[in-house]
Structures are given as structure tokens and as C-alpha cells.
Design a protein around this ligand. Structure first.
Ligand code: ADP
Ligand code: MG
Length: 326
């Protein structure tokens, strides 16, 4: 399970982060798609923050914006307490913060050898001038993620999904990062190998002292690797807290419905099981409801919920929820 060696200063912090996309709707007409809207949280050194929510709620956009792969529409990103802005800070940040992608089939070039794929970030950032040293580092990385070093000259397409994801992890680790955004890293894999790859992430975190933002639409996947879990709905953070608290004592009606959807019976979740199912479909992110973004599907919604998006308020023990009724 996740260990809890944490420092007092957050490694990563986002403040009021927004990412809006301009969507073309015919000639000269654009509409704003609020993929990430006013999200704030911090991740402590050595911590794994799980990020969950239905497909389309903005998880990947948040991960990419946080890494500055997308320019934020508004808000601040801090790394080790310092704002990541300006060329020099960004260069430093790029060496310390990286990403593992969802789909190991499309994110790796099938025509490159495993060694070349893993070495690419080292080559791009000019880490080694000596070829032998670089090869040695590649072998070390392969070993670290449980890949047979004798397979270094093989091509990515010769590997299974689970092995490809290990290649992706080795590649992300090449530059010795401190922080990794793992964007649904096991969602494209067979259920039978998901647990192995998740355990690999957890082990690497411990041996290398990494910090993760671990994204998944599947609450069961994040539960076991996360120290804390953040729940997103339509671009907004609706609940955040210690993983067990979120799972055993969810507060927000949306979180409760997510947990109810998990198909494994669990007596600890008796309270959540009484929850009514969600009404209707998720609204288009181009037409986000006024007030609380969840109110159109909430079984408890009242008129007052249409007024404002509720702030996250502390419910004790670092468990925060954005709901005026719960
Ligand atoms: N590059 C983009 N341009 C326009 N819209 C985008 C872009 N990327 C994501 N979106 C939209 O932003 C919303 C959030 O998407 P995404 O972050 O991929 O959600 P998730 O990862 O939770 O499934 C979706 O409505 C998606 O269609
Ligand atoms: Mg995604």
C-alpha cells in the first residue's frame, strides 16, 4: 500500500487552475468548453493523489495542464513551492515532472527498438554523450521495471500491453523525475495484468521516492495506490480526502453514486448503497449547469443549488466536499 513519508511543503500545488478550450461552432462563432474549472489542490512529497471521475470530466486535461503541456487559461502551478513560469523554471520543471500515458499501444512508436524508446528522453535532454553509459542506463531502467534486458533490441510491437506499459514507465523514469502524472496507465490493459502494473507503480514509488497524480475513471484502481483521492465532475473538484475516507464515507452525492457503481459488495459501504442512482446523462461540458455543476443529476438538488457552485469545505481530517446539502 501507499506509504506516507511526507514533508510539510507540497511538492506540487495548483491554485484556481482553469483550462478552457475554444470550440468552433460554425463561421466566426466559438464557444468555451470548460474542461478544468477553478481546481486547487496540493500533493505532498511521496504522496499519491488519485484523481477519479467519469470519462470526459477533465482528468486528462487537468494532468496535462498541471504539467504545462497545455497552457493554463488561468491559475497557478507551483513546484517545490515556486511558481512554474518563465523559461528557466519550465526547463527545470520538465526534468522533474513527467507523464505516463494511457495507451501503451499508441504512445510508443512501434518502429523503434525498446532501447531507443527508453533512451529518447535522455537523448533529447542530452544526458549522456557516452553511448556505453546510455546503454547501461537503459538496461538499468529495464531492470527496474521488470523487463528482460536481453530484449532491448526488440521492437515495441513485439511486446504485450503490460510489457509496453512497463516500457512507457521506464521511459518516464529515464530522466529521474520526482513527480509523475499517471494518466489511466492500466485502463487499456487486461484486468488480469492491471494489478501487476499497479504494484509496479507502487514499488517504484517507494524505491525511488516518487510522487504521483494517479488518474483513473475506476475508483477501485486508485483506491489501493492512493493516499488521498480527488473526485472531479464536469471540470470541477467536488470532493477530496484520505482514500479510505472517500471510499468508506463518501459525502458528495456524485462520489456516493460512483462508489455505488463499483460492483463488489462491501459492508463498509452500506450507507452509500442506500443512495439513489444518478438521474439522466452527464451534461455537455459546453453547457455546464449554472450553480452546482452536479445539480441536474443530483437526487437531493433544491432551488438554492442553482445559485452558486459550492466551495469545498472541510468536513474534518482533511476531507473536503463541495455540497451545500450534504
Ligand atoms: N484538445 C482539446 N480540444 C477541445 N476539447 C478538448 C480537448 N481535450 C479535451 N477536450 C474536452 O474536454 C473535456 C474533458 O476531456 P478530458 O480531459 O479528456 O476528460 P477525461 O480525461 O476525464 O476523460 C471533454 O469534453 C473533452 O471533449
Ligand atoms: Mg482521460
Amino acid at each position: 500500500m501507499a506509504d506516507r513519508k511526507m514533508n510539510a511543503t507540497p511538492l506540487v500545488e495548483i491554485r484556481n487552475l482553469k483550462k478552457y478550450f475554444e470550440i468552433n461552432e460554425g463561421f466566426f462563432k466559438t464557444k468555451q468548453l470548460r474542461a478544468v474549472d477553478d481546481v486547487s489542490f496540493e500533493i505532498m512529497t511521496g504522496e499519491t493523489l488519485g484523481l477519479v471521475g467519469e470519462s470526459g470530466c477533465g482528468k486528462s486535461t487537468l494532468g496535462r495542464t498541471l504539467l504545462k503541456l497545455y497552457e493554463p487559461t488561468a491559475g497557478e502551478i507551483l513546484f517545490e513551492g515556486k511558481a512554474v513560469k518563465g523559461k528557466k523554471e519550465l526547463e527545470q520543471f520538465r526534468k522533474k515532472a513527467t507523464m505516463v500515458f494511457q495507451d501503451p499501444y499508441s504512445s510508443l512508436n512501434p518502429r523503434m527498438t525498446v532501447a531507443d524508446i527508453i533512451a529518447e528522453p535522455l537523448t533529447v535532454q542530452g544526458y549522456f554523450t557516452d553511448e556505453e553509459q546510455k546503454k547501461k542506463r537503459v538496461r538499468q531502467l529495464m531492470d527496474m521495471v521488470g523487463l528482460n534486458t536481453e530484449h532491448a533490441a526488440r521492437y515495441a510491437h513485439e511486446f504485450s500491453g503490460g510489457q509496453r506499459q512497463r516500457i512507457g514507465i521506464a521511459r518516464a523514469l529515464a530522466v529521474n523525475p520526482e513527480f509523475i502524472v499517471c494518466d489511466e496507465p492500466v485502463s487499456a490493459l487486461d484486468v488480469s495484468i492491471q494489478a501487476q502494473v499497479i504494484n509496479q507503480f507502487d514499488e517504484l514509488k517507494k524505491t525511488l521516492g516518487l510522487t504521483y497524480l494517479f488518474i483513473s475513471h475506476d475508483l477501485l484502481v486508485v483506491r489501493h495506490i492512493s493516499d488521498r483521492i480527488a473526485v472531479m465532475y464536469l471540470g470541477r473538484l467536488v470532493e477530496i480526502g484520505p482514500a479510505d475516507e472517500i471510499y468508506d464515507h463518501p459525502i458528495h452525492p456524485y462520489t456516493r453514486s460512483l462508489i455505488k457503481a463499483v460492483p463488489i459488495p462491501d459492508p463498509d459501504r452500506a450507507a452509500a448503497d442506500k443512495e439513489e442512482g444518478l438521474k439522466g446523462d452527464i451534461p455537455s461540458p459546453l453547457d455546464v449547469p449554472t450553480g452546482c455543476v452536479f445539480r441536474t443529476r443530483c437526487p437531493y438538488a433544491k432551488d438554492e443549488c442553482a445559485a452558486n457552485m459550492p466551495e469545498l469545505t472541510d468536513r474534518g481530517g482533511g476531507h473536503l466536499c463541495a455540497c451545500i446539502l450534504k
